[in-house]
Design a protein around this ligand. Structure first.
Ligand SMILES: NC(=O)c1ccc[n+]([C@@H]2O[C@H](COP(=O)([O-])OP(=O)(O)OC[C@H]3O[C@@H](n4cnc5c(N)ncnc54)[C@H](O)[C@@H]3O)[C@@H](O)[C@H]2O)c1
Length: 308
């Protein structure tokens, strides 16, 4: 397959590129280069800001079987400080890319969306399924939801197949340890490694669906290869709810270190609880997340050790 990955220099996109390049030709659209791909003959990177329609339309590439659209502003916290980034990188870029896909006859687009598009459920389990109501509460969630709608409606008009993957809290090796605004596991693990006190914005009773990046890549790969279940939305999560207090216990165990916690006011728009109902993706794409939290955090920590 010829696969185009936007955001292919970022966390999820670069891991997808590396994995899929073993058997496929990979093209990347990103604002920045990933130095790890310098000598990979199966990966070619185009430096492009997707919000620049004119420059994007000048790129002509035919025979793309599937486009994995991972580029974007990925942080809810950042979206409150810089609403322009979400608008440009999530909404405008997605609109431009769909039009580019039409011109270049892309067969299928898979969009990297998020659980943040859902309305927070009053159900104590926090379980969200693909038919749960959506009600974005942050500029980030709004931009991702708007981009989802552009993908669905315009791809239908242009006769491009589509899927939307609503990912929950993804974590694992490759996540930028220096980014204080993205990735709950990454933020807490890095604080616990480097500081005496771990600052937690929001209650310790909040819970999340923490899904290991290699499991997430399985979902993307299955969806990219699938020929039957196009034009559908899938949740991508572990299917398990983990309380923040329990995550901290796991981090403490992995680091073999007592963690001192400092509770701070929460981030606006943050859910009290969310966890994925993953029955649909399990049944239709045979997705089977298998990484236990303690193993995922151990792998993540081992990878961080290699950076020291
Ligand atoms: N990480 C998560 O837990 C998570 C959860 C749900 C959804 N998502 C979504 O998955 C996608 C990837 O997330 P990530 O964690 O890998 O983020 P990331 O920041 O590591 O990667 C995003 C990539 O997109 C590129 N990019 C941003 N704006 C661009 C533009 N205008 N033109 C070209 N390239 C641009 C960046 O340079 C970067 O390489 C995002 O769309 C995010 O919203 C992530």
């Amino acid at each position: 397959m010829r696969i185009l990955i936007t955001g292919g220099s970022g966390f999820i996109g670069s891991k997808l590129a590396k994995r899929l390049a073993k058997k496929n030709k990979i093209l990347i659209f990103d604002i920045k280069k990933n130095k790890n791909f310098k000598n990979n003959k199966n990966i070619k990177t185009y430096l492009i800001d997707l919000s620049n329609k004119k420059k994007l339309m000048n790129i002509k590439i035919k025979n793309i079987d599937v486009l994995l659209h991972c580029a974007g502003q990925p942080s809810q916290a950042v979206s409150f400080k810089r609403t322009d980034l979400d608008y440009e990188s999530n909404i405008v870029s997605t609109y431009n890319l769909i039009n580019w896909s039409k011109e270049n006859k892309v067969k299928k687009i898979i969009y990297a969306s998020t659980f943040n598009v859902y309305k927070e459920t009053i159900d104590k389990s926090g379980k969200l399924s693909e038919i749960s109501e959506c009600d974005p509460k942050s500029p980030y969630a709004l931009s991702k939801y708007t981009a989802e709608k552009y993908v669905q409606i315009c791809c239908n008009i242009f006769n491009i197949k589509w899927n939307i993957l609503r990912m929950f809290n993804v974590y694992g090796p490759g996540q930028n340890p220096k980014n204080p605004d993205l990735g709950m596991v990454s933020i807490f693990l890095n604080m616990a490694r480097n500081q005496d006190v771990v600052n937690i914005k929001g209650s310790l009773d909040r819970f999340r669906d923490l899904v290991y990046v290699e499991d997430v890549l399985d979902a993307w790969e299955m969806c990219a290869k699938d020929t039957k279940h196009f034009n559908q939305i899938f949740n991508v999560g572990s299917g398990k709810a983990t309380k923040i207090s329990d995550l901290l216990k796991v981090i403490s165990k992995v680091l073999n270190k007592k963690i001192v916690i400092n509770e701070l006011p929460g981030t606006p728009g943050d859910f009290k609880g969310s966890s994925a109902n993953i029955n649909k993706i399990k049944n239709k794409l045979k997705f089977k997340p298998s990484t236990k939290l303690v193993d995922g955090v151990t792998n993540f920590n081992n990878w961080l050790n290699t950076l020291d």
